[in-house]
Design a protein around this ligand. Structure first.
Ligand code: TMP
Length: 205
């Protein structure tokens, strides 16, 4: 029986999700909350091994294989870590979840969204976020922020791919309950204030 709260941070690469996730966790810990920070792909030993495969630059991974790897990671992560933590009443903060698969493999790669929805339901055992925060930024920041970074396999995709994903995120925002758009062009403090106000509104704290 789920007693905790499940918060997912979503958005394209380099949108500042990880920084905000860490700030949020620190804030919640300071308030005495029982909170864990986790991520997809990955989050457990087995799922982190799947992560290494799926993100390895230069590896020949076909779109359907890619989809199934992300879903395998999710199935393991959800059963081993997310559901038990929620049952113990913890707040689970997760960087990326099902929406990423729709954005990247669905809108980006063009795999049928119905197939992805079905696989997401299987992998999550029906677990859905209580709150999803979608960080979107303009493309110029993607390029600026990436200048000195090493690109993983997905980050090497081109501008057209990123445009399709952005459109996907915007569409999903209109039909996903408790999902909010965060303007990731703003500065770190302004974004944190927005995140905290949504967390309060949703009675997570
Ligand atoms: P990140 O941990 O740096 O965000 O990297 C994970 C990469 O994997 C990122 O480029 C997004 C991509 N991804 C998918 O393509 N599909 C998925 O379902 C998930 C969770 C991530």
């Amino acid at each position: 029986m789920k007693k905790g709260k499940f918060i997912v941070l979503e958005g394209p690469d380099r949108c500042g999700k990880s920084t905000q996730a860490k700030m949020l966790v620190n804030h919640l810990i300071a308030q005495g909350k029982d909170v864990i920070l986790t991520r997809e792909p990955g989050g457990t030993d087995t799922a982190e091994k799947i992560r290494q495969i799926v993100l390895e630059p230069g590896l020949d991974i076909r779109p359907m294989t890619e989809l199934l790897l992300y879903e395998s990671s999710r199935a393991q992560h959800t059963q081993e870590k997310i559901i038990p933590a929620l049952e113990q009443g913890k707040i689970v903060i997760c960087e990326r979840y099902t929406m990423s698969t729709c954005a990247y493999q669905g809108y980006g790669r063009g795999i049928d969204l119905k197939i992805i929805d079905t696989l997401n339901k299987i992998a999550t055992l029906g677990t859905t976020p209580d709150l999803t925060l979608v960080f979107l930024m303009s493309d110029k920041y993607f390029i600026e922020r990436g200048e000195y970074l090493f690109d993983d396999r997905l980050e090497q995709e081109d501008r057209a791919f990123r445009e399709k994903m952005r459109k996907g995120y915007l569409e999903m925002l209109t039909r996903t309950p408790n999902a909010y758009l965060i303007d990731a062009d703003k500065n770190i403090q302004m974004i944190q204030e927005e995140v905290l106000s949504l967390i309060t509104k949703h009675r997570i704290i």
